[in-house]
Design a protein around this ligand. Structure first.
Ligand SMILES: NC(=O)c1ccc[n+]([C@@H]2O[C@H](COP(=O)([O-])OP(=O)(O)OC[C@H]3O[C@@H](n4cnc5c(N)ncnc54)[C@H](OP(=O)(O)O)[C@@H]3O)[C@@H](O)[C@H]2O)c1
Length: 256
C-alpha cells in the first residue's frame, strides 16, 4: 500500500511539473491538425473548382484566349489523338506531330472533316535528337500557336517564360488512361471511373485549360494524386511499381 501511495505521489509530482510541457505539446498538435485540415479543405476546394465548376457554365472560348492553332504531339493515338479531337471540337486548328506519316494524314483528315477545322502535320520522331526541331520550327513559324503540351518540369518553366506572350503551356500529369499503353491490363480497363477512355479524359482535361498550369486533367486522377500526396512516398511508389510491373508482364505476354 505504501508503495502504491508513493507511486501515486510521484506521478502527481511529475504530472504537475510536466503540465506546461503537455500544454505546449497540445498546442503544437492542435496547430498541426488545423494546418493539415486547412490543406485538405483547400485541396478538395481546388479539385471542385478545377474539375466540376468549369463544366457547369458555358465552355471557354479557347480561340479568343489562346489563338487559332494548337500543337499536339503523339497525336495519332491515345491521349494525344483524343486531345486533338477535343481541341478541334472547340474550333481550334490542329497541328499534329508523331512519327508515322500515313497515320498522321488519316487522323488529320478525319479531324478536318469532322470538326471543319484546318489541320497540318509534322512528321517527327522525338527520340531522334536535335535535328527534328528545325523542321518543327519551320512548320510553326507562321502559325498563331496558343496551346502546347510538354513534360512536367519543362512545361512549368515554359509557362512562366511564355505566359506574357499569350502562349499557354499546361503540364498534364495523368494517372492511367485506357489507351493502347494500358490495353493489356484487364484490371485497368474494367475500372472506367479510375481509368477513363482517352475521349473522356481529354474532354475533362481541356476544360481545365486556363484554370490550372499543372493538373492530372481528370477528377478521379486528382483524388488519387491527393491520396498519393498524403501517403509516405515509399508506399505509393511501391504500389505504383507493382501495378507497372504487372502491366509490363501482361504486355510482354501479349506480344510473345
Ligand atoms: N495511358 C496512360 O495511362 C498514361 C498515363 C500517364 C502518362 N502517359 C503518357 O502519355 C503519353 C501518351 O500515352 P498514350 O497512352 O496516349 O500512348 P499511345 O496510345 O501509345 O500513343 C502514343 C502516341 O505518340 C506517338 N509517338 C510514340 N513515340 C513517338 C516518338 N518517338 N516521337 C513522336 N511521336 C511518338 C504515337 O504515334 P506514332 O507511332 O505514329 O509515332 C502515338 O500517336 C505517353 O508519353 C505516356 O507515357 C500515359
Amino acid at each position: 500500500m505504501a508503495a502504491v501511495d508513493s507511486f501515486y505521489l510521484l506521478y502527481r509530482e511529475i504530472a504537475r511539473s510536466c503540465n506546461c510541457y503537455m500544454e505546449a505539446l497540445a498546442l503544437v498538435g492542435a496547430w498541426y491538425t488545423a494546418r493539415k485540415s486547412i490543406t485538405v479543405i483547400c485541396d478538395f476546394y481546388s479539385l471542385i473548382r478545377l474539375h466540376f465548376i468549369p463544366r457547369l457554365g458555358s465552355r471557354a472560348d479557347l480561340i479568343k484566349q489562346y489563338g487559332r492553332w494548337a500543337v499536339v504531339s503523339g497525336a495519332t493515338d491515345g491521349i494525344g489523338k483524343a486531345y486533338a479531337e477535343e481541341l478541334a471540337s472547340r474550333g481550334l486548328n490542329i497541328i499534329l506531330i508523331s512519327r508515322n506519316e500515313e497515320k498522321l494524314q488519316v487522323v488529320a483528315k478525319d479531324i478536318a472533316d469532322t470538326y471543319k477545322v484546318e489541320t497540318d502535320i509534322i512528321v517527327a520522331d522525338f527520340s531522334s535528337g536535335r535535328e527534328i526541331y528545325l523542321p518543327i520550327r519551320e512548320a510553326l513559324k507562321d502559325k498563331d500557336v496558343g496551346i502546347l503540351a510538354y513534360l512536367d518540369h519543362f512545361s512549368r518553366a515554359l509557362q512562366y517564360e511564355y505566359a506574357s506572350k499569350g502562349i499557354f503551356v499546361q503540364s498534364l500529369i495523368p494517372f492511367y488512361v485506357a489507351t493502347s499503353m494500358t490495353a493489356p491490363s484487364n484490371f485497368l480497363h474494367r475500372c472506367s471511373w479510375l481509368v477513363p477512355s482517352p475521349k473522356v479524359y481529354a474532354h475533362h482535361a481541356v476544360s481545365t485549360l486556363g484554370i490550372s498550369k499543372r493538373t492530372t486533367g481528370y477528377w478521379s486522377h486528382s483524388i488519387q494524386f491527393l491520396f498519393a500526396q498524403y501517403m509516405p512516398e515509399w508506399l505509393w511508389v511501391w504500389g505504383a511499381n507493382i501495378l507497372n510491373r504487372s502491366l509490363r508482364k501482361e504486355a510482354l505476354s501479349c506480344t510473345a
